[in-house]
Ligand binder design. Structure first.
Ligand code: ARG
Ligand code: ZN
Length: 853
């Protein structure tokens, strides 16, 4: 179906589109298999297009059947290919009209216009609009859309403000020029949870959360999060909402979390529907963050959009940064920062240090959907954070203000973004820009020397070369640093060093005693820090550092060293680490959420990365066994304290998903694991039986699965929740995560035979296979059974849903770390997938990159 040799698109090849589209009128006549789309575009020559003006026009279009076309009212005869059409056009302005037919009911790729449980919905980012009609489907073509919809549905929605709405017919007008990727349409039998918001300038806004009948009880939290986001963006960034209406729609079949379509956000139902009985504390926090993220896009993404898809981080990095600021303000800032770094190391570091490494702003791609990555999003957000650290809060807000003023209504680049910072601060950001153009995680090492009253820290940075960046140059690294005396007093409060060279020394004088350096406070740069400290120094930072992130990091490093000693030297679990963690867990002066985060040790995926970096081949089974041994030892160390803490922090009040209660639940559930470990599952069973919320119920079920006879509890859970798709996703996922390594693949396989398994639903597919790939020892079990099972299913899913298939391929990206047997097994599976007939461009690109040159 696709070209034999897929095309590579380059940033360097950008040219403006020869026309601007002054207005778009779309008319939809909905039908499951034969939806008609009529479109009228008013085009005028684009003054920014400086080459000779073409006499033919190209419009994107894929899987759309052209019924008729006219230019200036006269029928014309375009040349149509798989990718679009070309048609001769007059000089000067003209009108393009077309009518096409599409088949939403057969659209299993969930891109363009498709159906989910009988409702119509759309996903157009990045290049889905071309599956709806012929159009210049590129983000720098911004236009004013008017949309009419005819169809036998009570709810008919599109972007902007309603001109006319009613049963079977609706008209919408969006006054804000936008690229086609922000277009949306929803039609179906939906019910709305309604509210209102008054903006800072007194504009009344109607808010609706549209859901399937039966889901009304899961809307209140999302609505509250939306209103909190609207208020926050006014207060912190001065951004006001700009339409009379803001709609959110929940959809069960969706490839990602959510989408910021102008005035009509479309959400994966897992990213918006919440109730205490069905959602965990983590679900609530994630939902709050995603609602904020999509809402914040209204300014960072929609009012100011991207010139081309290479600039994706312009909107995503900034918007992730903004949503993390929001969560920090709504909840605990240290806990949010620590969680974000755990996530960055688990998802972005492997990407940046493996065959899929690419710069935050990539310079080429074959399939843009493959670049909605942790690097673009999360490292992109880290880059914004570093910029703010370097220029300071006031300058940051001044620059961002200028960005909004200058670029409102435009499609912009990273150069535009950096220019407002350069201008408002007078800084030269040439070197800083390398964070956007170079792939790879910098390694930062530090040597210390102390003489008389002077500490000298000598930093060296090195970024390993990669296919994407063969010759990395030194980065500008902001190093937030403090000094602590051995007696716990602070010798130097946080200051930010700016490292620009490959090797650079910084001196600190007038010291009374040799201090311990607390380096990279708040994780001030996305680098791998190598700082050799004694155990005693790490314990000092763990207990005395004024920076909460580095307190956590000191514990994390102690845990890492303890685990490595167990894995590499067969050592017992380090008693010093065990008691240090127990002491933190017992420290009543600390936030329970922070204590819960401290009770842990690096997981297998992180340890595999560390071992690989040190030149050792990780053995997944050994990593798993060390984790089990550590759990034993930790349970032993806590002893009766586990039951004490469990009792003391059990939440007796009615369930609230707030930071305070969820921190306490996290702490008691950490204790429940230890209790179940040394005294069986009676406590877990009681928690399971009496739980009135999903956090308590599912965490009890997890312990019963790990330590007891899970049959009855699993069956009870199934009977209770079989009608709830989101809860059933948990039921599927947990069984895989809790399986012993040797049983993980067989468990996943058995679950795919369950009548409720449906590989066409991305949430259900990910529940099983996302859990399998996250189960390090299970996925990498020596039998290779999990590799084969995953490959079988990727081959099945690819023709239906290339996006979700391609995304799941990243499970194979770490293949080079492992021993020859596993490498051979993984490569054989990759080749088997690549040999599948008509493999999608998405999956082909991913697997080819993973294999490497
Ligand atoms: N812009 C959306 C968001 O971050 C995500 C769109 C993802 N699109 C894709 N093709 N993967 O909120
Ligand atoms: Zn986004």
């Amino acid at each position: 179906m696709r070209d034999a040799a897929p095309k590579t698109i380059y940033l360097a090849d950008y040219t403006p589109y020869p026309w601007t589209v002054e207005s778009v009128d779309l008319h939809f006549t909905l039908d499951p298999h034969a939806t008609r789309v009529r479109s009228v575009l008013r085009l005028v020559p684009n003054p920014a297009h400086d080459q000779e003006h073409p006499d033919s026009m190209f419009l994107h279009g894929e899987q759309v059947k052209l019924i008729q076309a006219r230019i200036d009212g006269i029928p014309c005869d375009p040349v149509v290919t798989d990718e679009g059409l070309t048609v001769g056009v007059p000089d000067g302005p003209f009108t393009w009209e077309s009518e096409v037919e599409i088949d939403p009911a057969n659209n299993t790729a969930l891109e363009g216009l498709y159906m989910s449980n009988g409702m119509y919905c759309t996903q157009c980012e990045a290049e889905g609009f071309r599956k709806i009609t012929f159009y210049p489907d590129r983000p720098d073509v911004m236009s004013v859309f008017t949309v009419t919809i005819d169809g036998p549905h009570p709810v008919l929605l599109s972007n902007g403000n309603p001109v006319k709405t009613g049963e079977n017919h609706a008209e919408w007008h969006d006054p804000w020029p936008k690229p086609a990727y922000l277009f949306a349409l929803v039609a179906g039998d939906l019910v709305s949870h309604h509210d209102t918001f008054t903006t800072m300038n007194g504009r009344g806004v109607d808010l609706n959360l549209y859901v399937r009948p039966g889901d009304q009880g899961k809307c209140a939290f999302g609505m509250q999060a939306l209103k909190a986001s609207m208020t926050w963006d006014e207060q912190v960034y001065g951004r006001e909402y700009d339409l009379d209406l803001f709609n959110i729609v929940a959809v069960d079949d969706f490839n990602m979390g959510a989408m910021e379509n102008k005035g009509l956000n479309i959400f994966n139902s897992s990213a918006v529907l919440a109730s205490p009985e069905t959602s965990t504390d983590m679900n609530f926090e994630r939902i709050e963050a995603i609602i904020a993220h999509e809402y914040f896009h209204n300014w960072t993404g929609n009012r100011i959009t991207c010139r081309d898809w290479f600039q994706l981080c312009l909107k995503e990095g900034l918007t992730v940064y903004r949503d993390s600021q929001f969560t920090s303000d709504m909840r605990s800032a240290p806990v949010k920062r620590i969680s974000d770094v755990i996530d960055l190391r688990a998802r972005q570091f492997p990407e940046d240090q493996g065959p899929l490494a690419h710069p935050v702003r990539p310079e080429s791609f074959q399939e843009i959907n493959n670049f909605y990555t942790a690097t673009v999003y999360e490292k992109g957000a880290e880059v914004i954070g570093m910029l703010k650290t370097l220029v300071g809060d006031d300058a940051y807000h001044k620059a961002v203000e200028l960005y909004f003023d200058r670029h409102d209504g435009q499609a912009c680049t990273i150069e535009d973004w950096l220019a407002v910072f350069a201008e408002t601060t007078g800084r030269d950001l040439t070197q800083f820009k390398r964070w956007y153009s170079q792939a790879g995680t910098p390694r930062l090492s530090v040597e210390e020397s102390f003489e008389l009253d002077t500490l000298t820290l000598t930093f060296t940075q090195h970024t390993p070369p990669s296919a994407a960046t063969p010759a990395p140059q030194p980065q500008l690294i902001p190093i937030a640093l403090g000094l602590i005396y051995p007696d716990g007093r602070e010798a130097l409060a946080t200051q930010v060093l700016e490292m620009t060279k490959e090797t650079q020394s910084f001196r600190f004088t007038g010291l009374e005693d040799q201090p311990v350096a607390s380096i990279l406070r708040g994780f001030s740069a996305p680098v791998v820090l190598k700082h050799d400290l004694s155990q005693a120094d790490r314990r000092l930072l763990l207990t005395q550092d004024t920076d909460p992130f580095n307190r956590w990091e000191a514990g994390n490093m102690l845990g890492r060293e303890a685990m490595l000693a167990m894995i590499c030297e067969g050592a017992a679990a380090d008693p010093a680490f065990l008691t240090a963690i127990k002491d933190i867990a017992m420290d009543e002066t600390l936030d329970p959420a922070f204590r819960a985060l401290m009770i842990g040790w690096p997981g297998a995926a992180e340890l595999a990365t560390v071992l690989h970096e040190a030149g050792t081949t990780p053995d997944p089974e050994a990593l798993y066994n060390a984790g089990e041994q550590m759990r034993d030892a930790m349970a032993e160390t806590f002893g009766d304290a586990a039951a004490d803490l469990y009792a003391r922090y059990s939440v007796k009040h009615p369930y609230q998903p707030n930071a305070d209660q969820s921190g306490k639940r996290a702490l008691t559930n950490a204790m429940l694991a230890f209790i179940s470990h040394h005294s069986g599952t009676a406590t877990a069973q009681e928690q399971f039986d009496t739980a009135d919320n999903m956090t308590q119920q599912i965490s009890a079920l997890g312990q019963i699965l790990r330590h007891g006879d899970a049959g009855p509890a699993l069956a009870a859970f199934y009977d209770q929740w079989r009608e709830d798709r989101l809860v059933m996703d948990k039921w599927f996922g947990l069984q895989v995560s809790a399986a012993k390594p040797q049983d993980a693949a067989a468990t996943a396989q058995r679950l795919t035979e369950h009548p409720d398994f449906n590989h066409k639903n991305p949430n259900r597919f990910r529940a099983v296979f996302g859990s399998l790939t996250a189960h390090h020892a299970g996925f990498h079990h020596a039998s290779g059974a999990a590799y084969t099972l995953l490959a079988d299913w990727l081959i099945t899913l690819d023709p239906l849903n290339p996006q979700t298939t391609a995304r799941m391929c990243s499970a194979f990206q770490t293949w080079k770390r492992y021993g020859a047997d596993r490498q051979a097994k993984i490569l054989a599976e990759i080749d088997r997938i690549l040999a599948a007939p008509n493999l999608s461009r998405d999956t082909t690109e991913m697997l080819t990159r993973i294999k490497g040159a």
